[in-house]
Design a protein around this ligand. Structure first.
Ligand SMILES: C[S@@+](CC[C@H](N)C(=O)[O-])C[C@H]1O[C@@H](n2cnc3c(N)ncnc32)[C@H](O)[C@@H]1O
Length: 367
């Protein structure tokens, strides 16, 4: 990467740094830009304590035009320094994310998803004047429609207990020991949770990839990149934040993760697919036998000859009937239906499938 340092924070205004960065340098850019919150007055809780809002100098812009010009400038540069196969992630709130989305499209970025980060523990709306603002939006974009970007689909599914990862992520805001403090107060008003960055980096980069964060703050991106064996570069204009970020990242033991622990590329789930019907064909379960929903002896369904289940006047597969009984919630039928074994114990039907897998061949990894 020419003469630019690696795994380092550059102190300065990012617009002075961009010219030093060659075209197509980074595999991923994560940007958490100023929000342009436009706060005009202090916000007080009902008990008259002051809410620590984002009213930092770095978040002040004269008007929307100034903010848009700023956004256009840094996003254009990001497009230039991103590899053709690279991903761009930008996070924001209703104050700025629509403007950012428009500018991204004006610059011909191709948007793949907007992800809603649902905060499980948001700050309440103290005055009850509007809804509690409980989410932020992330936009995931690539340089063009034909981009060969990285998406570790299977790793995301595995993280999510084998269910396809959706675009609504429930993650707590950064609190507790992870939240950096200075003089007993929050050191940075918008420090992001590491779990958010973990998901982004695991989903859209590979080991050894190079990541850039133009608004580094307290270094959440660098901290997670280090934990996942990715290389990184951050730019931040505030020396105090840089100091905190340095200390934070230094304190992380280089994980020295073995290749086998990091390599999620090319892994395909190769465990043999066993349809539910095979349990009936093979005689492990039989037509007319009862299955019990969530192991509840009072909630049963009868197996039809073709493997469908009948519950009252509803008929469906183990999955669709399960979903019906869960009022439409996603459902893995293998884990919600139980059968009665010889000892009259209720066991999940997945145990039958598990035993069959041994006969069908073991799980292997392709690389
Ligand atoms: C929303 S915060 C990022 C917080 C960060 N994601 C974290 O988890 O700590 C935005 C940061 O961008 C920095 N910043 C704003 N404008 C900048 C500029 N032109 N050049 C460099 N840094 C800038 C601010 O000082 C602030 O720390």
């Amino acid at each position: 990467m020419s003469s630019l340092p690696l795994n380092a924070i550059i102190h300065g205004n990012v617009f002075d740094i961009f010219p030093q960065i060659p075209d197509k340098t980074f595999d991923l850019i994560f940007a958490d830009p100023p929000y342009n919150l436009q706060l005009t007055q202090n916000l007080w809780r009902p008990n008259m304590t002051l809410v620590k809002a984002v009213n930092d100098q770095w978040d002040h812009f004269a008007d929307f035009n100034e903010y848009d010009a700023f956004t256009f400038k840094w996003l254009s540069q990001c497009k230039r320094i991103l590899k053709d196969s690279g991903s761009l992630w930008v996070i924001g709130t209703y104050h700025n994310i629509f403007r950012i989305g428009k500018i991204l499209q004006d610059l011909n970025f191709w948007i793949l998803n907007d992800v809603i980060w649902i905060k499980s523990n948001p700050t309440p709306n103290f005055h009850g004047t509007r809804f509690t603002n409980a989410h932020e939006t992330l936009i995931w974009g690539v340089k063009s429609r034909n981009s060969k970007y990285t998406f570790n689909y299977q790793a995301m599914k595995t993280l999510n207990e084998d269910l396809q990862m959706r675009s609504d992520w429930m993650i707590p805001i950064c609190t507790g020991p992870e939240r950096l403090k200075a003089n007993g107060k929050k050191a940075h008003s918008t420090q992001k949770p590491e779990s958010l960055l973990y998901r982004i980096l695991l989903a859209t980069t590979n080991e050894g990839d190079l990541i850039f964060d133009p608004f580094f703050g307290t270094g959440t991106t660098g901290a997670v990149a280090k934990k996942l064996n990715r290389s990184w570069l951050g730019v931040e204009q505030d020396e105090n934040y840089i100091q905190l970020a340095h200390e934070r990242i230094e304190a992380i033991d280089s994980p020295n993760l073995d290749k086998s622990l990091l390599n999620i590329r090319g892994f395909r789930k190769t465990s043999p697919r066993i349809p539910f019907g095979y349990l009936i064909e093979s005689g492990l379960l039989r037509a007319g036998q009862k299955l019990f929903f969530m192991g509840n002896p009072d909630k049963d369904a009868v197996i039809r000859v073709d493997g469908k289940l009948i519950h009252g006047d509803v008929t469906g597969s183990i999955h669709t009937l399960g979903r019906h009984l869960l009022n439409g919630k996603p459902c893995n039928g293998w884990t919600v239906w139980f059968y009665e074994d010889k000892e009259r114990d209720l066991l999940p039907i997945d145990t039958l499938r598990f035993n069959l897998r041994k006969d069908f061949g073991s799980i292997t990894e392709l690389d």
